[in-house]
Ligand binder design. Structure first.
Ligand code: ZN
Ligand code: ZN
Length: 460
């Protein structure tokens, strides 16, 4: 039996998009090509024509945005790309992928090339230093400012067109950008000199933007987690800055944890805290996986402690705060529920055609708007769906709802008379969870056999 692959590293080093400007001037194309050539030495080795590759990427992008297909970087393409926070566009399917989108050393240097007129030099330097500390606090990375030479990461302010096909236009939608790790432009951070940079809650807070851009400089792409620093919208609220667990997990997947242990952020569930509740629980190939908000807790028999991480890291296409989940072992799928939608997942991929609605897929009447909990009984291939105080039974073999349902939960599962929040099967038992209580229900005797604390799974 295979275990769920730990694809964290692969996922975190996902590809980067080609920087594209609003009105790319031809001479700047050369600069970017040079950058691409530096990054992709193997492209040269393989005699790949970088211009051809880039034009092809643009062609694909134009097609995808329904624009006139020219494959020419001076076309209207870039204006269709939304860059709500920084200028690193989210068009990853059309990006050129490199194997090494992370630094291969842990000690990196940086240099500050010039300054904004809106802040004293000391304030700029302090903001940048604090932004580096955000990342060095949670990784083995160390950063040192250098003065005599160009650092690995060069930070500089520019106006308009500045030679990298990625020009600033004074619009509030594009005020900074950064390049992924690499030589030359790689890792560099560019700020729009024409914007007002601040050290308070006014736009744009230099520390916050720098911390975000440095995420790109270190190899992170944008996050879909709205609370993450790497979420592409500028959301500085001037509260005490705490790096989100989503950002921590992703940067640690690239570089490993800091030698100084850090405290998890408040939102990270503590499996040993009393009164912990779950959104959903399912088995998968012998593991038990608990879901809570944006997190999963995996209980793997050969590990002494459960693994906690963000759902996004394994299943980037799933929503957070799911309602229910179950393992359809007949087809080796996991099925996730939120509202009236179902996602079918194999390993880390959402299958084609999903999410879809539960009415057409399972045959629920339209009065059912959500699923509280679900479990497939391995021996019979019957899936039980719990909704309020009723349950439905679905046959995975015939792919149809069994007649005679819904029925009252309390009638067929004596002792389980409350609403069911989560349920899964282990051997001969269904494990029912409601709030922080757990009831082990034996399927042979049809009786509750035990009611241990819900944290009993976590070796607390
Ligand atoms: Zn960004
Ligand atoms: Zn630039």
């Amino acid at each position: 039996m295979l275990s769920l692959p730990l694809l964290l590293l692969l996922l975190a080093t996902s590809s980067y998009s080609l920087p594209v400007s609003q009105d790319g001037a031809q001479q700047n194309v050369e600069t970017v090509w040079k950058y691409l050539e530096n990054l992709g030495e193997d492209m040269q080795a393989k005699n790949v024509d970088v211009k051809e590759v880039m034009d092809e990427k643009l062609r694909q992008m134009e097609q995808s945005f329904g624009l006139k297909v020219t494959g020419n970087s001076n076309s209207e393409t870039p204006s269709a790309i939304k860059t709500p926070m920084c200028g690193v566009p989210d068009v990853t399917p059309y990006s050129i992928t490199y194997n090494n989108t992370q630094w291969t050393k842990t000690h990196l240097t940086y240099s500050i090339l010039n300054y904004t007129p809106h802040l004293p030099r000391k304030v700029v330097e302090d903001a940048i230093e604090r932004a580096f500390k955000v990342w060095s606090d949670v990784t083995p990375l160390t950063f040192e400012r250098v003065f005599e030479e160009e650092g690995d990461i060069v930070l500089s302010f520019h106006q308009g067109d500045h030679g990298d096909l990625y020009s600033f236009n004074g619009s509030k939608s594009h005020f900074a950008h950064a390049f992924p790790p690499g030589p030359g432009l790689g890792g560099d951070v560019h700020y729009d000199l024409d914007e007002t940079w601040t050290n308070n809650s006014d736009n744009f807070n230099l520390f916050y933007v720098t911390a975000h851009e440095l995420g790109h400089s270190l190899g992170l792409s944008h996050s879909k987690d709205e609370e993450a620093l790497m979420f592409p919208s500028y959301t500085w609220n001037n509260k005490d800055f705490v790096l989100n667990q989503d950002d921590i997990s992703k940067i640690q997947a690239l570089y490993g944890p800091s030698p100084n242990p850090i405290q998890p952020t408040d939102a990270t569930p503590d499996p040993c805290s009393s009164g912990l509740t779950f959104d959903a629980i399912t088995t998968y190939r012998g593991e038990v996986i608990f879901f809570k908000d944006r997190f999963y807790i995996r209980v793997i028999s050969f590990l002494p402690k459960p693994l906690i991480n963000v759902i996004d890291l394994i299943w980037p296409d799933l929503p957070s705060k799911i309602d229910a989940a179950y393992e359809a072992s007949l087809v080796d799928e996991l099925r996730f529920f939120k509202g009236n939608k179902v996602w079918a997942v194999q390993e880390q991929n959402v299958l084609r055609g999903f999410p879809t609605d539960i009415h057409s897929f399972f045959g629920f009447p339209s009065s059912v708007t959500h699923i509280d909990a679900a479990v497939c009984e391995e021996e019979t291939g019957k899936t039980y769906f719990f909704v309020d105080n009723m349950y439905w039974r679905y046959d995975e073999n015939t792919r149809s709802m069994d007649p005679g349902y819904p029925r009252l939960i309390a009638e067929d599962f004596p002792g389980i008379d409350d609403k069911v929040d989560d349920v899964f099967q282990k051997e001969d038992n269904f494990y029912f969870f409601h709030q922080s209580t757990q009831h082990i229900f034996n399927l042979q005797t049809r009786k509750i056999v035990d009611a241990p604390d819900s944290s009993s799974w976590f070796n607390c």
